[in-house]
Design a binder for this molecule. Structure first.
Ligand SMILES: [Zn+2]
Length: 527
């Protein structure tokens, strides 16, 4: 018999996250955990009627960036409404800590405010521990990573040199400090400034620190289109030589040259795994990527000074135009496939592709591109439609693929609507569930890829499954109705068919309505 503080989820169909076939049962929750799974459980407390609905573990989003938006959106609105109850944040080399006192402090802050769009955040902390103390109450659980770009900038500022032995040692010590304070691991963003200047040797040394602390390593690899295979080899070598398991973030086959290679890519990684390299990866369920102008602007990154120089230097401008045109061609992309999603200083461009904007302005496309870039100091967000649907679905379906969103939490408000984020921000999880209903894989398999698989990878032994003794992070949805409503044209849309969400046994979404509860936890390594 339960007590009045118990909660029972009655008559639901359980998909437990392990991949095993669904079954009908009641679930009793007490003290934030699942305490009993059985039939006809009575309750002296509240009952959630789940007849006809699927009860699954809450989604663990192994690739998130909500560290940038949590201050304005502590409820993680776009995440929790999709059924995400835990996020790994600090990915792609970018974390908001540490930001040490000293000559590089302002540079670190600048990188964070431009790349993560946290312009009005004061960042009044130094260490990782102080950063944790400055966080608001959280709407979902978080596993924090330390970004390599930030480690490096703390030690080396804007330097484009390879790190010296001494600098590598300083980064390693700084990383070790953060791990001791509970950081879950490290991420790299080797395609971005200044991660792009990291050497294999420097990465291996940092990974050795991670091995000593049994910590997680995720990498946004050096290139995802024409240098994809070399970039994957680099990730595998760093893992092999350091002994550190590697997780490849948002794995994709970008650029027409890579189309049709999904089977080869999966074989390549599983062969590496069979050779003893502990490699895992995540994929998001869309055939368009989202990023910044720097993604198609090979040698300029986020460097405002060089950008400002373009306006005064026609020769530099010509050279950069040539490079960009060449880059686009090599990727097998074109200007009508590049859509601007955010450029705060250029009116009326969000949601349009660059060819469209150029036509409207009666300009050459390259002139349009450079003008928007200068107007916005290089901070322009774009979506690029240069992947292949079939490849994306093949990767998604592979049994070892973890499914993630690669997104930051946003609110369903007009500010977000005017920024045209990638639809994966609001639609990833319900989209995967829709793919399951349409037959890409079973619901059981789809849910496994988003719950127990990432939980095991993160060594999160008490979440990601419906089992007695596990935390009651749960998603309850209607298998006939669940679907994504976010589109490229109208991306800020909550999903349909996701009914109730519980975080640690607390009802956070009740019948599609947020209860206002902020009951997520900062999950620290080793505690
Ligand atoms: Zn990334």
């Amino acid at each position: 018999m339960g007590t009045s503080s118990d909660l029972v989820i009655a008559d639901g169909t359980i998909i437990d996250g392990t991949g095993r076939e669904r079954f009908e049962a009641d679930i009793r929750i007490a003290g934030g955990k699942i305490v009993e799974i059985g039939s006809k459980l009575s309750s002296a407390g509240a009952v959630i009627q789940a007849k006809g609905l699927i009860v699954a573990p809450g989604v663990i989003d192994i690739h998130g960036h909500s560290n940038a938006t949590v201050y304005k959106n502590p409820s993680f609105e776009s995440k929790i409404f999709q059924g995400i109850t835990t996020e790994v944040w600090g990915n792609c080399g970018q974390s908001f800590a540490p930001i040490l006192e000293g000559e590089n402090r302002e540079t670190v802050k600048n990188i964070l405010s431009t790349s993560l769009g946290a312009e009005d955040l004061k960042m009044e902390w130094n260490t990782f521990q102080e950063y944790l103390n400055h966080l608001p109450r959280l709407g979902i659980n978080v596993l924090p990573l330390i970004g390599h770009n930030i480690l490096r900038t703390n030690i080396m500022g804007k330097s484009e040199e390879a790190a010296t032995e001494r600098e590598i040692e300083q980064m390693a010590l700084l990383l070790e400090d953060c791990l001791k304070m509970g950081a879950y691991g490290m991420s790299t963003g080797l395609e971005y400034f200044p991660g792009t200047f990291a050497t294999r040797r420097g990465l291996i040394e940092l990974c050795k620190v991670l091995v000593r602390h049994d910590a997680f390593y995720s990498t946004h690899i050096r290139n995802e289109d024409r240098g994809l295979w070399e970039a994957i080899d680099e990730a595998l070598q760093v893992s092999e030589e350091s002994g550190c398991p590697v997780h490849i973030s948002h794995l994709k086959l970008a650029g027409r040259n890579n189309w049709g290679e999904s089977q080869r890519l999966m074989n390549y990684l599983t062969d590496a795994h069979d050779r003893g390299i502990n490699v895992t990866w995540d994929v998001y369920p869309y055939a368009a990527w989202g990023g910044g102008f720097e993604d198609i602007f090979p040698n300029c990154e986020n460097d405002r000074e060089r950008l400002a120089g373009i306006a005064q230097d026609p020769e530099l401008e010509q050279r950069i135009k040539r490079e960009i045109a060449e880059e686009l061609k090599l990727r097998g992309s074109s200007w009508d496939k590049i859509t601007i999603t955010h450029a705060s200083n250029s009116k009326g461009v969000a949601g349009k592709n660059i060819e469209e904007i150029a036509r409207e302005c009666g300009e050459d496309v390259l002139d349009t591109f450079i003008r928007i870039l200068i107007e916005n100091d290089g901070v322009v967000k774009i979506v690029g439609h240069d992947m292949n649907q079939e490849d994306m679905k093949y990767l998604l379906k592979h049994p070892d693929t973890i499914i993630a969103t690669d997104s930051r939490a946003i609110a369903f408000d007009s500010v977000a609507k005017n920024r045209y984020p990638h639809p994966r921000y609001c639609g990833s999880i319900p989209r995967v569930l829709r793919f399951a209903r349409e037959g890409l894989f079973s619901f059981e398999e789809a849910i496994r890829k988003m719950t127990s698989l990432p939980a095991d990878r993160m060594k999160l032994w008490n979440r990601g499954r419906i089992e007695e003794g596990k935390f009651a992070d749960l998603m309850i949805f209607d298998p006939d109705e669940v679907t994504d409503r976010a589109t490229y044209e109208d991306p800020v849309q909550p999903p349909a068919g996701i009914v109730h969400i519980l975080v640690g046994g607390e009802l956070v979404i009740n019948d599609g309505v947020h209860t206002g509860k902020l009951v997520g936890r900062m999950l620290k390594q080793g505690r």
